[in-house]
Design a protein around this ligand. Sequence first.
Ligand SMILES: Nc1ncnc2c1ncn2[C@@H]1O[C@H](COP(=O)(O)OP(=O)(O)OP(=O)(O)O)[C@@H](O)[C@H]1O
Ligand SMILES: [Mg+2]
Length: 456
Amino acid sequence: MTLDASPPPADAASEARIVTSEPEAGGADRGRRGLAISIVNWWLIIAAGIVFFLLMVFAGLNIGAALLGFAGITSVVWLVGSLERPQQAAVSVGAGRIGRWPDSGLRTGLDAIDQPCVLVDATGITRHVNPEGVVRFAGLRTGFPLSFGLRTTVVLDAFTRLAAGGGPETVEWTERVPTERWFRAVLTPIRLPIVRETDPGPAPDFVLLRIIDRTEAYLVERMRVDFIANASHELRTPLASLIGFVETLQGPARDDPNARAKFLAIMLDQANRMKRLIDDLLSLSRVEMKAHVRPDTPLDLAVTCRHVVDALGPVAAEAGVSIETDITSEAAVVLGDRDELVQVISNLIENAIKYGGEARRVRLGLRRESLPQRGAQVVIEVQDWGPGIAIEHVPRLTERFYRAGNAQSREKKGTGLGLAIVKHILARHRGQLKIDSEVGRGSTFQVRLEAAATSV
Ligand SMILES: Nc1ncnc2c1ncn2[C@@H]1O[C@H](COP(=O)(O)OP(=O)(O)OP(=O)(O)O)[C@@H](O)[C@H]1O
Ligand SMILES: [Mg+2]
């Protein structure tokens, strides 16, 4: 069967009229209206009881007449209520394939689901969209063909198969506009027992479409796959080089002392690179494991900064770079993990040394700042006067394995994990990283952390 994109036929047979003669909004509201009528029924019965009681007390109506009148009104109300019930069932029996409306129970059930759900009848007309569906897929409208709101061929084809009597199906698709999103739809045929008795045909009464937005899960999965691919690649490169040199030393260079010394130096270098990479990966996974626990040890960052500058003295000296410090004498206490914050400051200073170019100068600033909305903060700034970073790279610098100048970074023995670790550590400390960089003028990496009230 093909998907019928036209509205339900107007000349449908008798039962069909019960279903389709109602305007769309009325059909959609029928369950609620049925419920309202039954509540009204009860109120009518109670009101009639009160009126007859008052008539008995104040107007002297005899008890027999009062009971008779009350019984009469109750019967009429029940009769009206029972006439309403078959309408609420909203089914067509033996009238050919025409649209059906879901009863209020079915709709209420779908409304309670926190995923977009759409109920489509076998003719392809949307009969109910739950609130989540209305919010997420504005095009899906009750009373209109499914194809008007969802133009995805895989879904419409699957629907056609289900409407022809096929079993449940799951389909997936990607939308590229306005942003890339991944969806999965689970289509399930629904057959109403009451209809089955009179209409045993293969077609379902409704097809339920449950739409699942898989974008987040997909991106996490893609990141995981990319991460493993990147990590393997980064490890494989030095490993391949090590194997190559070992083979050379076993073979052609076996008896060449000069070549041996040279190759061993390169091998040591490659082995150290692998060690750095593994250390960084372990560090990253350690920080990730503790991501939800905010550190609570008071720590004076002025002391930590001086310690890092002292520790990096030999590295800076080897690179011919001088580290200038501008450290406040005010209290700069934060609640933090000392080792992790040492890692943050070291990473930023090492980057400034590595990528700071010919200026041979790095500044480490530490100050306290009080902002009206945010309260007191401790600000660390690491500045260099190097070549700077092109604007398109800046937002991606904290991604794992991302390097702005790939060749230059590799040459500087960078793994591309340093700033990813910085980002994760700061997230755990509820801190922020801001990068200001201008090509030709240099870069400033700013870290902001909430100042602690306590002193160390
Ligand atoms: N101060 C800077 N000036 C210019 N480029 C920088 C600076 N800091 C970082 N970058 C760029 O950002 C990239 C990512 O830095 P990150 O610290 O994450 O990795 P890395 O330094 O290459 O490796 P690792 O820190 O793990 O040894 C670097 O490869 C470099 O291209
Ligand atoms: Mg780095």
